[in-house]
Design a binder for this molecule. Structure first.
Ligand code: AMP
Ligand code: ZN
Length: 473
């Protein structure tokens, strides 16, 4: 064995930064206190599996940072957005008989609990801090007051708006748009901006808005009102991580306007050059080429999937694709992930090493290259590294016990490949159509001999004969 040569030496963590659109060496501001903020859920409904992607991706980064810098040196903040117009509307629908405040409380508490149960089932560690927006209203008001005092925000008709044209670089050019790499004109052309008579510029965005009747509202210098979504994250990030911190994450759809606005608010209120040094964004989870989203209705909740699959399979299925690429979510992918996980747990030793294998850490350190890490796990399975495999699986958040329990409860696998069963069923349909009932019966007997039970039934709507099959117990 030779000593570690330079080409295999650990090169440190590198992350793709949306600010520069380049992969950069990660250098923490303070290695004794590495700080990451990730935008969390708006709690009004069950999370869909697309929402699980940032939870899982940034959980892997959290685990890696803890490994590299030490558990006690990493702070991961993921917020709960529990004040939002979608929440107000849903609370009124779900609890029409309750007073508004109570209805909102019920909805947000239940949804927050469901979210935490779901992401726990997906193997995600609890973040260090999970702040709720409603517990930081004072911080939001203070930030908005600072923005007004510095000439970056103005009050109009009960609203307070951020003045995008007030924010200039040293050379006089506008700063707003540096994350999404767009000019104001491009933004106006591309975005559906709310035109309001009280806005100085169409891109000015709401920091505070008035509350009427029984809307949730807090007393402020601008009257009874509530915060806009963007200021919530600036306030919670500032409170828990300081004016400037290391990493800020979320899905691709948050770059503009949400993260652009967070940067504008935080930098202008604190008078800093940087809000977060590295901005990371996960790609979309798609179904048939389309982004999974509540608004289009093409979504499946984490809850629904957990009824059929263990969280570990969903987690592996997510990590098979690099976090910046789109994922096409399919049942075939889940089946494949199930087989992979089963083969790893079969090979892994019960006696796990307390740390991940160096190859895994190296792969993840290259901008969270999880497909590479998965290839390395296959390699560990092949070699005699069964303790290293077990240690690496645990590090990545895979749990042998829950997976094994699910496997036991799952219906037995057919002894015949599914494609073969389906081919025989097609042949049987053709035989029946040709009135060759002897052949149809022979096929039924052939399948039964292999433990496959057929059931014929007529579709009540069409009268058509439908055959289903199951594995005999
Ligand atoms: P939302 O509740 O819509 O604010 O989303 C919560 C998080 O999930 C944000 O980080 C979004 O960017 C992310 N997200 C939403 N839909 C998807 C999707 N289809 N694929 C990946 N991430 C998504
Ligand atoms: Zn946010």
């Amino acid at each position: 064995m030779s000593d570690a040569s330079t080409d295999t030496a650990f090169r440190g963590l590198r992350l793709h930064n949306t600010l520069t659109r380049a992969k950069e060496d990660f250098v923490p501001i303070d290695p004794a206190h590495v700080r990451m903020y990730v935008c969390g859920p708006t709690v009004y409904d069950f999370a869909h599996i697309g929402n699980a992607r940032p939870a899982i991706v940034f959980d892997v980064l959290f685990r890696l940072l803890r490994h590299l810098y030490g558990e006690e040196h990493v702070t991961y903040v993921r917020n709960i957005t529990d004040v939002d117009d979608k929440i107000i509307a849903r609370a009124a629908e779900d609890f029409p008989d309750l007073p508004r405040g109570e209805a909102i409380g019920r909805l947000t508490e239940t949804t927050e609990r469901q979210y935490l149960e779901d992401v726990t089932a997906l193997g995600c560690l609890p973040p260090t801090i999970q702040p709720r927006a409603t517990e930081h209203i004072g911080d939001m008001i203070a930030l908005i007051e600072a923005l007004v005092a510095r000439g970056h925000a103005y009050a109009a008709e009960g609203h307070v708006l951020f003045d995008v044209r007030s924010w200039k670089s040293h050379d006089g050019s506008l700063e707003y748009g540096k994350l999404s790499h767009r000019t104001l004109d491009e933004m106006v052309a591309g975005a559906r901006v709310e035109v309001a008579p009280y806005k100085r510029d169409p891109m000015d965005f709401v920091l505070w808005k008035p509350s009427h009747d029984d809307d949730p509202g807090w007393a402020s210098p601008w009257g009874l009102g509530r915060p806009g979504w963007h200021i919530e994250c600036s306030a919670m990030a500032g409170r828990h991580l300081g004016d400037t911190f290391d990493i800020h994450g979320g899905g691709l759809d948050l770059i503009f306007p949400h993260h652009e606005n967070e940067i504008a608010q935080s930098r202008c209120a604190h008078g800093t050059e940087t809000m977060a040094r590295y901005w990371l964004h996960n790609g979309f989870l798609q179904v048939e080429g389309e982004k999974m989203a509540k608004s289009t209705g093409n979504f499946v909740t984490i809850r629904e999937l957990l009824a059929d699959w263990p969280g570990d399979v969903l987690r592996l299925n997510m990590l098979r694709t690099h976090y910046r690429q789109p994922i096409d979510w399919t049942v075939a992918g889940l089946e494949e992930s199930t087989r992979t996980l089963a083969s790893w747990f079969d090979a892994a030793s019960d006696d796990a090493e307390p740390r991940p294998a160096a190859e895994i850490v190296e792969a993840l350190s290259d901008d969270l290259n999880t497909p590479k890490a998965i290839a390395e796990l296959h390699g560990l399975k092949g070699r005699a590294g069964h303790k290293a495999l077990a240690g690496s699986l645990a590090f990545l958040g895979f749990r042998r016990d829950s997976f094994a329990a699910w496997q036991e409860s799952r219906a037995p696998e057919p002894a015949v490949p599914v494609e073969e069963i389906e081919r025989l069923l097609d042949m049987r349909i053709d035989a029946r159509k040709a009135k060759n009932f002897a052949e149809a019966d022979r096929i039924r007997a052939e399948l039964e001999a292999k433990g496959i039970q057929l059931k014929d039934a007529r579709d009540p709507a069409t009268g058509e004969l439908v055959t289903t099959w199951e594995v005999k117990a």
